[in-house]
Design a protein around this ligand. Structure first.
Ligand SMILES: Cc1cc2nc3c(=O)[nH]c(=O)nc-3n(C[C@H](O)[C@H](O)[C@H](O)COP(=O)(O)OP(=O)(O)OC[C@H]3O[C@@H](n4cnc5c(N)ncnc54)[C@H](O)[C@@H]3O)c2cc1C
Length: 1002
């Protein structure tokens, strides 16, 4: 059972349902989606949040193994891991979910306007309302605190307006009893309430708003339909200030932790605001920019280099509102003596993430321990487990984190559940049943066209009604209509019904991108009894309304062109079919560090055979050099226990001194040749899924006298000396640590994420050994994100001195001979004093970059999977598929993906295992559809296609001299078809004839 259906709850539910389990997805809100459903776009890719979420909503809603229960909370849990009895309390919605068809009639009649919580109260909605346009379930809910009937038995006007008699004021709170084997808690967060800090003037000054309100303002479905306006006069702001750390890192409100996401979402909001108005001035007032995740530093640099954007490292105070303009005056410190005042049209408070009191109550009801902030308590080595066996936690309930980390942790929680219940896998599941496919051969084309508004994303630019009228006149079109959101659950149901009612045999949806939404609509066709390939999408958002947003005429004309082309093509489409094939239920894990071992063990504990490959003589990877975590966990004890478990598990075959020499096959059936041991014995392994966990290395610098003076060490070398009790540390009075050595520079423009906390961890350890030691940490931004902030505070309290330096004014390190002594001298500019400071140090430690291993390049070529520009492996999609490669059946975890901590590697390793199990647990998979088809009569066996195919999917049969396509490997990319000189190759659904017809239509 999943408690909380935000992005993490949804991900865990889908992973479990796809690996053979029945899932209850429970949320106390009227619809699933959590906070992510309120966000406009997400950093650092600027993907539209709803575009990511809505296909997942539909997948949950239409999966027979997921039961969505909204407006419900846990009342009690009895029993134990594997066998829990849960009582849920379900609030009345006063609308029957079975009878309601989501027609908006009742809403139209409701006389009561209330503030719209989804839009952060910036606009109003009706007392009976659907939570938001794409809500699942798409059923209205009545606000019990405002309904005239519920308050004083007046009104009930909605009741007779409903044809289906769905409005039911007799509904009562219900008790539901369900039996589950495991529970995953994903109840998420609340944003900090800035009214608790009156100095910000929130709710007193009309142009001081929260960052979540700003997300709604930016959103096309928001209060101002996506126009960037300020609340006081609905005019576009020209100067916006962001104030960071509101309600975070603040002892006065008790939230001393860092909320982990605010720096990045503020940067995102700056970038998006500048897209609205390139002339706009944007200032972020911050206390260190914590751009620590993959791709974040580049995103930060992009914002910094945008004209009109300033980052100011300073505390600020809000002085006053100017009565005539309602502008806000901010005062901030420029240096130790000077302050400055500036006027802004709009001020955004970057509010932190807090664990609401209801999370604490939930934890208490379930006898789960929480920490002092109300987040779920866990250990570095079992980050997803709660204090009660069989109950797991993920997402922000665990600690403040962004969407990729939430999604990863959710998959990790699914893996642990799946491990616990592996014997029951498949026992309760239902297969989705589709009606028999209608044979449309010989039928004249009966095309249905559905044109989407995408809220205002399309409709604010394109005249959708005109496009529909135009489509109605096209040859072969028998039905055309517009939908507010074609991908909402009620629209999908309506599309299915319309196909059946009108006897449609081809469908065009003119909406957004097929990349995220094509499978959703194809499934609707299949549900209506049509072959899913009799479908075409016209992208009138990315390719039309977004690029022609200033010219309605042109955009409408182009939308008509795109629809005409899609209709011309869809009429020529033929049914395509996929064929089932068996899979090999075994995994290959490449890399035997902590991440590789954890994922191998997770697979084996779910009953799958695993081959674990390690290039070194021993398992353990870089963790062999790490001794303690910042929280005090004993890494070596954990590592030894993990290695023992690996060797004791009969399903795991370990190969050390081994590496991949050949890799072939496809998802479900890979064949890998490896060379093992000093003798390089070659073995062949058959496996259905592959996990890459090849880790990373410590950067060896040439700066700061490293390698030239024995007193200069890396942080890992310092840690080794601390643990070995090296004598020179005992006599060390002064120690300097320089951060960002090799990171965040032109050669390596990424943050290595762990170094700030690593420095603090070692500083605290040294202070334990010798409280008198003078320790200086020279840093650019202290990135002790999340709960690690407390250790930063502790270090400051123990008088570790922190000095901020700029990248263009780096510390200088020299050896000076004085009085016959060799002195190691560090000079740095002290920013508040603006003066050079000289520190003579006994030891200089360097917080060096984490770098990908040199052999990643060879492995990426063998596996045909990409690396990013920094040499780390590149995931399929940062938000949607953070541990998947774009090549099916291959996953990644640990440092090979990007620098991260041990607990994060463990969570990601479990996530990779969970994703692999969605393949290994299947008896068969399907291949085919949009793949290459060979016309044997025309093929001359020239082998050009074989040579150009990037997926090795084509081989020429030497006997018959014709090309043969492996449908599982073929991705339908078309490189072969466009290279074929005899015109023998075509791609199903994109044949020459179909493509040329489309072009001719234009
Ligand atoms: C202004 C702002 C902008 C952001 N922008 C980005 C961004 O661009 N990129 C990014 O990666 N991250 C961003 N984030 C962070 C992002 O919102 C979170 O990482 C993510 O939404 C966390 O998802 P979750 O599922 O853990 O929690 P939530 O989204 O909070 O979901 C929790 C769900 O649990 C339900 N629930 C709570 N208690 C119970 C209970 N007792 N019983 C049943 N159900 C319950 C809630 O109703 C909710 O549906 C932003 C955050 C803010 C505040």
């Amino acid at each position: 059972m999943l408690v909380g259906a935000g992005v993490s709850g949804i991900q865990a539910a889908l992973d479990l349902a796809n690996s053979g389990f029945k899932v209850y997805l429970v949320d106390k809100a009227p619809a699933i989606g959590g906070k992510m459903a309120q966000l406009d776009k997400t950093f650092p890719t600027n993907d539209c949040s709803m575009c990511i979420l809505s296909p997942k909503f539909i997948e949950c809603a239409r999966n027979p193994n997921i039961s969505i229960i909204t407006l419900a909370q846990i009342d009690s849990v009895d029993g134990e891991a594997g066998n829990f009895k849960v009582t849920l309390l379900k609030e009345p919605r006063y609308v029957d979910e079975e009878k309601c068809t989501a027609c908006p009639t009742c809403i139209g009649y409701c006389p009561v306007n209330i503030l719209d919580a989804y839009n952060e109260n910036l606009t109003s909605t009706k007392c009976i309302h659907i939570h938001f346009a794409q809500a699942v379930p798409a059923v209205p809910v009545i606000d019990t605190t405002q309904c005239l009937f519920l308050l004083r038995k007046e009104c009930q006007i909605c009741v007779p307006t409903c044809k289906n008699k769905a409005i039911d004021f007799h509904q009562q709170e219900e008790k539901l009893e369900i039996e589950v084997g495991s529970i995953i808690l994903a109840p998420g967060y609340e944003t900090f309430k800035p009214q608790l800090q009156s100095e910000y003037g929130y709710q007193r000054l009309s142009n001081v708003i929260t960052s979540l309100e700003f997300e709604r303002i930016l959103s096309a479905s928001g209060p101002y339909s996506g126009e960037l306006l300020r609340p006081s006069d609905r005019k576009p702001p020209k100067r916006i200030a962001w104030i960071q750390c509101v309600g975070s890192r603040d002892t006065t409100v008790g939230n001393t932790y860092c909320s982990g996401v605010c720096c990045m979402y503020a940067i995102k909001q700056v970038i998006l605001s500048k897209e609205h108005d390139a002339e706009l001035e944007a200032v972020i007032f911050h206390n260190d920019i914590r751009a620590y995740g993959k791709g974040f530093e580049r995103y930060y640099e992009r914002a910094k280099n945008t004209p009109g954007v300033r980052f100011i490292w300073s505390k600020v105070s809000i002085l006053r509102e100017l009565p005539e303009t309602k502008n806000v005056v901010i005062r901030y410190r420029v240096n130790s003596t000077a302050v400055s005042e500036e006027e802004f049209d709009l001020v955004v408070l970057s509010v932190g993430l807090t664990s609401p009191a209801s999370n604490k109550q939930l934890a208490d009801r379930l006898s789960i321990e929480t920490n002092s902030y109300g987040f779920c308590k866990s250990s570095s080595f079992s980050p997803i487990k709660t204090s009660r066996p069989g109950i797991y936690a993920c997402g922000v309930f665990h600690a403040p984190m962004d969407i990729p980390d939430s999604v990863t942790m959710a998959s990790g929680a699914a893996s642990l559940s799946s491990q616990l219940l592996s014997e029951q896998r498949g026992t309760l599941i239902e297969e989705k049943e589709y009606p028999p496919e209608r044979d449309v051969t010989g039928e004249p084309p009966m095309v249905g066209v559905f044109v989407c508004h995408c809220g205002t994303n399309i409709a604010s630019v394109v005249d959708v009604a005109r496009v529909v009228q135009y489509a109605q006149r096209l040859d072969g079109v028998v039905h055309a209509e517009e939908n507010t959101f074609s991908c909402s659950i009620d629209s999908i149901t309506h599309i299915v019904e319309t196909i059946k009612e009108k006897g449609l045999n081809r469908v065009v949806v003119a909406a957004c991108t097929p990349r995220t939404h094509e499978p959703v609509f194809q499934d609707a066709l299949r549900e209506a009894g049509l072959n899913p390939y009799l479908f075409e999408m016209a992208n009138i958002r990315e390719q039309c309304s977004w690029v022609h947003m200033r010219d309605r005429q042109v955009a409408t004309q182009k939308a008509q062109d795109l629809v005409r082309m899609a209709v011309a093509k869809v009429k020529l489409l033929n049914p395509l079919y996929q064929l089932p094939y068996d899979i090999t239920p075994a995994g290959l894990v490449i890399g035997g560090g902590i991440a590789g071992m954890v994922s191998a063990l997770a697979l084996a504990e779910q009953g799958f055979e695993v081959h674990l490959l390690e290039k070194a003589k021993e398992l353990g990877g870089i963790a062999r050099r790490i001794h303690y975590t910042v929280e005090g966990g004993d890494v070596q004890a954990y590592l030894q226990e993990l290695i023992k478990k690996i060797y004791e598990n009969p399903l795991i075959q370990v190969y050390t001194e081994a590496n991949v020499i050949e890799f072939a096959g496809y998802v479900g059936n890979f064949t890998t040749k490896i060379a093992v041991g000093p003798e390089r014995i070659v073995k062949e392994i058959a496996h259905g899924a592959t996990i890459v966990a090849t880790g990373a290395d410590e950067f060896k610098p040439t700066e700061y006298l490293y390698g030239k003076d024995p007193r200069v060490l890396t942080l890992l070398e310092l840690e080794a000396e601390i643990v070995s009790g090296n004598g020179r540390l005992a006599h060390c009075n002064n120690l300097v640590i320089i951060q960002c050595v090799g990171s965040r520079e032109s050669e390596r423009p990424y943050c290595s994420r762990v170094c700030c906390s690593q420095a603090i961890k070692n500083a605290l350890k040294l202070k334990e050994i010798n409280p008198e030691m003078e320790i200086y940490i020279l840093y650019r931004d202290m990135r002790t994100y999340g709960l690690m902030e407390d250790y930063y505070q502790e270090a400051a309290e123990r008088e570790v001195k922190f000095i901020r330096y700029e990248v263009d004014d780096k510390p200088d390190v020299k050896v000076i001979q004085e009085n016959g002594q060799s002195i190691l001298r560090v000079t740095v500019t002290e920013p508040t004093l603006g003066q050079r400071l000289m520190i003579d140090t006994d030891i200089l430690a360097l917080g060096v970059a984490t770098v990908p291993p040199a052999d990643n390049t060879g492995l990426s070529q063998l596996l045909k999977v990409p690396l990013n520009e920094d040499g780390f492996f590149l995931e399929a999609h940062m938000k949607l598929r953070p541990v998947d490669f774009s090549n099916d059946g291959i996953f990644m975890c640990g440092l090979t993906h990007a620098p991260k901590f041990i607990d994060e590697c463990i969570a990601q390793a479990k996530a990779a295992a969970s994703r692999a199990v969605t393949i290994l647990a299947k008896e068969e998979m399907q291949a085919g559809g949009t793949v290459c088809v060979v016309d044997k009569r025309k093929c001359t066996g020239c082998r050009v296609c074989q040579e150009v195919c990037p997926f090795n999917a084509i081989e020429v049969d030497a006997k018959e001299m014709v090309a043969v396509v492996n449908e599982v490997l073929c991705k339908g990319c078309g490189v072969c078809a466009s290279s074929c000189r005899s015109g023998a190759l075509d791609i199903g659904g994109v044949s020459d004839e179909q493509t040329l017809t489309l072009v001719q239509a234009l």
